[in-house]
Design a protein around this ligand. Sequence first.
Ligand SMILES: [Zn+2]
Ligand SMILES: [Zn+2]
Length: 109
Amino acid sequence: MESQDKVLVCRDCGKEFLFSAGEQAFYAEKGFQNEPTRCRNCRAVRKGAPASSDSGPSRTLFAAVCSECGKETQVPFKPTAGKPVYCRECFQKRGSRAPAGRRSPAYHD
Ligand SMILES: [Zn+2]
Ligand SMILES: [Zn+2]
C-alpha cells in the first residue's frame, strides 16, 4: 500500500497545495475521513486568528459605581438600588476576608 503525493486546491485562497504521502498517512492514522480543504498557509491563518468576533454571546454589562472605593465599574447584573455593588478588586478583597453571611453593620465587634 503506497500513497502518492496529491495536489489539492485550497478552498480559501484557491491555490494548489500538496497533500503529501506522509500527510495522507498521518490523516489515515488519525482516522480523518476528509482530505484537507485548505493549504498550510490558510490553516495557519485560521488557527492563529482571534475568534473573539463570533465566539459566544457577549454578556451585557451594566455600569455601576463601587460602593467600597467609588470607582466606576461594570457588573454582569443590573445593580439594585440600595444594594452595594463592588468592583472586581473590592469584590475579591471582600470575598477572601469575610464569609458571605449577613452581619448587622450596627455592631462593631
Ligand atoms: Zn490557501
Ligand atoms: Zn472598589
